[in-house]
Design a protein around this ligand. Structure first.
Ligand SMILES: Cc1ncc(COP(=O)(O)O)c(C=O)c1O
Length: 482
């Protein structure tokens, strides 16, 4: 019997499947702006759909492609956040750059081995170029290095491992690390995975602008030294996920230098704004960190699965990540020829650098810079318009492209105000043109707007503002009159 899908398809079979998939992808991308902003909110229920798809056994027999692609494009994909669409202003928007998707198809199809230099020198060189471009973007010297990983969380993990290795003895449990109460929770997870008990992670309070308080940091470091701990790492934020706050990177670099601490900056959200002059000014001192996390799948609009760790001294990564084995090919001594397995946790890995390389080559870096500048403009325009809505208070001004705000009603209790703002958020999201999320700042619930998608332009931000005004008016009319 001829199998409908032999493991190795014929040319014709492969082309037919690709054509069908590509046709559907193009239709999907073409309709992103008219798709609901949150497809999980539909009547059928994304959760119910998920349950209906539970399948305990893999099928022994082949299934035709058409129904499988129908299931994906007509049911499963629509029943999700439209986070690649222009209305996604929630959390930190990811990208979904189509040229990068083409690169992902190519890299999976050719399936070359890029964890080591020797098996694919030219391809590894392309990914090394990407690292050079990122290092230059943050103002690092030519000698800097780093690697691409699956995302910000793993990149932050390797930064903690490198810092631990450089600054602490093998028995490192006296080591303490410092992150503000606004830092991303992946720093805490990175510490945990790197072997530190939670108690070794010191949470430093932030100031009224949500930046790490230097006085509190200095006091805590001094107190820890006095108690016999070994402070070794400060994790700064260049764009927090809560409010977009950028820590005082210059002051932290001065402090870290004086105290012999490794300064790491989590710039997963904000880092690519360093390609713009306003972003560079907002993140002054970024290049002074020993290591920096940048997420191309955020600020460079790549598909999910592309994070990066940059370090000023690549030898530190090698010292903390290199393990040799006899069956491996020879590693390179030339600093221009990088074996990624020597400086990162992974051995076999996808060729994620091709996505960044192809997209940047095809579009030119200037197009990315211009898009990021546009986001800075849009955030400034949006914050001014939100300020004008009666009752609205800006809780965090945009340092980059994220700001936070809340509706306040004179005399309302904190609980009542929080409830009103959750209601406001639900009403905006129910309109399905944009998707926003909130957060707790202390005990106050605030709504955030994070403008980062390359697909978000002024028209969509105007829709967000219209929907906010409309929802705020509805709430004002619904409020009981005195
Ligand atoms: C500031 C910051 N750091 C780290 C991360 C974690 O990155 P990832 O989700 O790519 O692991 C995020 C994710 O949004 C973030 O905003």
């Amino acid at each position: 019997m001829t199998r409908a899908f032999p493991l190795e398809p014929s040319d014709e079979e492969l082309r037919r499947l690709l054509d069908d998939a590509v046709r559907r992808v193009a239709l999907h991308i073409g309709s992103l702006s008219s798709q609901p902003a949150d497809g999980t909110a539909g009547a059928e229920g994304a959760g119910a759909l998920a349950r209906s798809l539970i399948e305990r056994e893999a099928p022994e027999d082949p299934t035709p492609a058409g129904p499988l692609l129908d299931l994906l494009f007509e049911k499963a994909i629509p029943a999700s956040f439209n986070n690649a669409g222009p209305g996604f202003l929630a959390y930190v928007p990811g990208g979904g750059q189509p040229y990068a998707a083409v690169a992902d198809l190519i890299s999976s199809a050719v399936n070359r081995y890029v964890g080591v230099f020797a098996p694919a020198p030219a391809l590894v060189q392309l990914e090394t170029n990407v690292i050079r471009w990122l290092a230059r973007a943050v103002g690092y010297p030519e000698s800097a290095g780093g690697f691409l990983t699956s995302g910000g969380s793993l990149a932050n993990f390797s930064a903690v491992v490198a810092a631990r290795h450089e600054k602490l003895p093998e028995n490192f449990l006296k080591g303490t690390l410092y992150v503000s109460d606004q830092g991303h929770h992946c720093i805490r997870k990175a510490a945990l995975l790197a072997g530190f008990p939670d108690a070794n992670v010191r949470e430093i309070p932030s100031d009224a602008a949500f930046r790490m308080r230097l006085d509190a940091l200095a006091n805590r470091v001094a107190a820890d030294r006095a108690e016999g701990f070994t402070p070794f790492l400060v994790a700064a934020s260049a764009g927090t996920v809560n409010t977009g706050a950028v820590d005082d990177l210059d002051a932290l670099a001065d402090f870290a230098g004086r105290e012999n601490l490794w300064l790491h900056t989590d710039a997963a959200y904000g880092g690519f704004f360093a390609l713009t002059s306003r972003g560079r000014a907002a993140m002054s001192g970024l290049q002074r960190a020993d290591s920096i996390v940048l997420d191309p799948h955020k600020g460079l609009f790549m598909p999910y699965g592309t994070g990066s760790l940059l370090v000023k001294d690549p030898a530190a990564l090698r010292r903390s990540h290199s393990v040799r084995a006899h069956y491996m090919p020879g590693m390179q001594d030339d600093p221009d020829c990088v074996d990624f397995c020597e400086i990162s946790p992974e051995l076999s890995r996808n060729f994620r650098g091709l996505a960044v390389w192809l997209a940047v080559k095809l579009c030119g870096l200037a197009a990315f810079r211009a898009s990021l500048d546009e986001k800075l403009d849009l955030a400034r325009e949006a914050v001014e318009a939100v300020r004008e809505i009666p009752g609205m208070t800006i809780v965090a001004e945009p340092e980059l492209s994220l700001f936070a705000f809340r509706l306040t009603v004179p005399g309302a209790s904190r609980a009542e105000t929080n409830r009103l703002n959750r209601d406001l958020l639900d009403r905006v999201n129910a309109r399905q043109r944009v998707f926003l999320t909130g957060t707790l700042l202390g005990e106050d619930f605030a709504i955030r707007m994070c403008i980062l998608s390359f697909r978000t332009h002024a028209d969509r931000v105007h829709m967000a503002l219209e929907d906010l005004r409309g929802a705020a008016q509805e709430i004002a009319h619904a409020a009981p009159k005195e």
